[in-house]
Write a protein that binds this ligand. Structure first.
Ligand code: PRP
Ligand code: URA
Length: 213
């Protein structure tokens, strides 16, 4: 819940807070950064998957045959926004090893902060799958808004967005443009700075995951 809006969840878990402190530290190296992003993605994913639909199937236990719940429907799709979103995929695949993975390539222009698309490949039939769009950072919200627009243009309907850190500006923009999308946030940070970086944030997530720059 955020500002009374039900489909926004700030995960607010002590384990997430502790792990976030470790990756905010500029002295944390690539290897550890990458591992912790994956762990946080798993914790956020646990929350985001809470309402997965179930169906009952017969199972023979050593004692008797029982009707037991399994996840129902088509395999979900995990869709990272490249590059940094790739860092969250492993965590979600640990929760749903059979999920399909799509990719959307977006980068922010460093001067205008406007997002640009360079790649999109989604598992079909995308309209029948639950879709989990992942990106560690929700800053101005431009990349997430455009990525979700692309998914909807290709037929995607049941969409959740998972991020590790969000700025209030990003949450508000994403919810305003896509009010149907469920948003899961590891932590809500204070604000954006003049370069549209999240404060206190963790810097450039893509560079820290891939050891670039
Ligand atoms: C970062 C981040 C998001 C975007 C968030 O990606 O991973 O995709 O910025 O900013 P926004 O909410 O203002 O759009 P970046 O463009 O730096 O690309 P990268 O993942 O390739 O480093
Ligand atoms: N993208 C990042 O990687 N970090 C920010 O703080 C903002 C956008």
């Amino acid at each position: 819940m955020y500002n009374g809006i039900e489909n926004i969840t700030i995960c607010d878990h002590p384990l997430i807070k502790h792990k976030l402190t470790m990756i905010r530290d500029k002295n944390t190296g690539t290897n550890e950064f990458r591992a912790i992003i994956e762990e946080i993605a798993m914790l956020i994913g646990y929350e985001a998957l809470r309402d997965l639909a179930l169906e009952e199937v017969p199972v023979e236990t050593p004692i008797e045959t029982a009707m037991c719940p399994v996840i129902a429907g088509k395999k979900p799709a995990i869709v990272p926004i490249l590059r940094a979103g790739l860092g969250m995929v492993g965590g979600l695949l640990k929760l749903m090893p059979a999920a399909k993975v799509g990719h959307i390539g977006m980068y922010r222009d460093e001067e205008t902060f406007e997002p640009h698309e360079y790649f999109c490949k989604l598992p079909s039939p995308i309209e029948q799958r639950r879709i989990y769009v992942v990106d560690p950072m929700l800053a101005t919200g431009g990349s997430a808004v455009d990525a979700i627009k692309l998914i909807k243009q290709r037929g995607g309907k049941d969409i959740s967005f998972l991020c590790v850190i969000a700025a209030p500006e990003g949450i508000e923009k994403l919810h305003a443009e896509h009010p149907d999308v469920k948003i899961f946030v590891g932590n809500l940070d204070r604000q954006l700075n003049e370069k549209a970086y999240i404060c206190p944030g963790l810097g450039d997530a893509g560079d820290r995951i891939f050891g670039t720059k």
